[in-house]
Design a protein around this ligand. Structure first.
Ligand code: SF4
Ligand code: SF4
Length: 467
């Protein structure tokens, strides 16, 4: 068997740059890669147990609870705990989930160590994949009710894991080609990690001074560590901690990376994923099921079809892997339901994204600052988008807790605080970017830039408080 890059445990090669607590934690991560690998195997076993076993279980009884029904427990763990808190964790700690816990990342890397090791083709390096895969999985997940049924969860999550392993078996050598280019969560995590106060930072000057020869670190997401400036792609695995005495785990201001990013370093695909994916499509996916507009649209279309005796779209004979079809749970989508969900998420999410994009684009035009593009300005919306995704996903958590009879009187206050903090942080970033100098143009640009932020806040006030 080939040696595992746990051989990176050669921490004695370089002395750590600092002796601070966090730097020591980073070095411990590097030293204890075998422990992290063990942890990942535990997560793999837990993940597959919760993914596969509930598929063979009957529908939960009326009086079943999370604690006594594995199907409900798995549903709560995947969608009530895992997703929302991984999002929150990424905003606070960087991509620790990816580097330390993610079963998919670990399996694709393992597969790639024993696979064909082919070079990464050009089509796979296309920068639009994170957006496309995010939108596809989000929309498809809604069509098959991924949050409700274990069969759908197995299809969406298991399918993604299978694809990750397949990519690992073909491309790369001990790396995470899947994570770098195709994972549907990669784009979102990359954006949220930008505001994490915790990250592995590199001191290039120190690296240059300490050029001693040593085997290169296997950075699984294929980062050029020496020149790493952003926490976006870093999986925070700790393998490079102390490398050339120039890499350490440390704290920084959550605003630092976004403010320090040069306009040329902000990729358009990142900004599109943020505006149209995380803000547009994801928000529409959270709200379609509780939207009265959606019901009105569907009823009007159904009436129109019935008046003409066109009944084909009102059939509910689609297979469960295409549209939700669980007669025993009295939960069956017609073709019309499916089309309306698609239309609502794509058109509604697209319209919200377009309105937000128009706002930041116009603000950039008004500011007319060579250091500021609409792509860079849009990054100011990362805190709001991240908290929006957390709030949207936590609606599932709260739904589960409510069904368990837990009192949730504190929820509106907490939601209000989170919205205020996120909107305040985004507004602060806008302000710092726009008001480099106090001129009329800068103030006008700031006001225009605040409009899309106001729109997002308005949407969430309506979703969460019906205001
Ligand atoms: S990029 Fe995706 S598959 Fe890779 S480690 Fe992160 S979440 Fe897991
Ligand atoms: S730069 Fe690469 S090796 Fe270093 S912590 Fe990040 S993912 Fe791990």
């Amino acid at each position: 068997m080939r040696s595992i890059p746990v051989a990176l445990v050669r921490d004695e090669v370089q002395a750590p740059m600092q002796t601070g607590v966090l730097a020591r934690v980073g070095m411990a991560m590097r030293r204890h890669q075998r422990f992290i690998l063990g942890l990942q195997w535990l997560v793999v076993v837990f993940y597959f147990s919760l993914l596969i076993y509930p598929v063979f279980m009957p529908l939960p009884a009326e009086d079943a609870h999370i604690v006594d029904n594995l199907r409900l427990f798995a549903q709560f763990m995947f969608w009530g705990v895992w997703w929302p808190f991984v999002m929150l964790g990424t905003m606070l700690l960087g991509r620790v989930w990816c580097g330390v816990f993610c079963p998919e990342g670990m399996l694709t890397e393992l597969a790639s160590r024993h696979g064909l090791g082919r070079a990464i083709p050009r089509w796979l390096r296309w920068s639009g994949w994170p957006f496309v895969t995010f939108v596809c999985t989000t929309v498809y997940g809604q069509l098959v009710s991924v949050y409700e049924y274990p069969q759908a969860a197995l299809l969406v999550l298991g399918g993604s894991t299978l694809a990750a392993v397949a990519v690992g078996l073909v491309y790369g050598r001990g790396t995470r080609v899947w994570c770098r280019y195709l994972c549907p969560a990669n784009g979102v995590f990359g954006l949220l990690a930008k505001i994490a106060p915790l990250h592995f930072r590199v001191n290039e000057a120190v690296w240059k001074q300490n050029q001693q020869r040593a085997p290169a670190v296997n950075c699984a997401p294929l980062i050029d560590i020496r020149h790493m400036k952003s926490a976006s792609a870093c999986h925070a695995c700790g393998r490079c901690s102390g490398e050339h005495g120039a890499v350490e785990l440390g704290l920084c201001s959550p605003a630092r990376e976004i403010l320090a990013t040069n306009r040329r370093e902000v990729r358009t695909d990142e900004a599109v994923t943020l505006i149209f994916g995380v803000i547009g499509i994801a928000t529409a996916a959270f709200i379609w099921s509780s939207s009265s507009r959606f019901v009105q649209m569907k009823t009007a279309l159904a009436d129109w079809l019935m008046e003409r005796d066109w009944l084909a779209l009102l059939q509910d004979n689609a297979p469960w892997w295409l549209l939700t079809n669980y007669p025993a749970a009295h939960d069956v989508f017609t073709w019309l339901d499916g089309l309306c969900i698609l239309a609502f998420i794509l058109c509604g999410g697209g319209a919200l994204g377009l309105a937000v994009w128009a706002g930041v684009w116009l603000a950039a035009r008004v500011l007319h600052d060579p250091a500021l593009s609409w792509q860079k300005l849009s990054l100011a919306l990362v805190p709001m988008a991240g908290v929006g995704v957390f709030l949207g996903l936590s609606m599932l958590t709260l739904g589960h807790l409510k069904a368990e009879g837990i009192t949730l009187a504190w929820v509106p206050a907490l939601r209000g605080v989170l919205l205020t903090l996120a909107a305040g942080f985004s507004a602060y970033l806008m302000l710092r970017m726009c008001l480099v100098r106090w001129t009329r143009r800068a103030v006008a640009g700031l006001l225009v830039a605040l409009a899309p932020l106001g729109l997002i806040v308005r949407v969430w006030l309506w979703v969460l408080f019906a205001l």
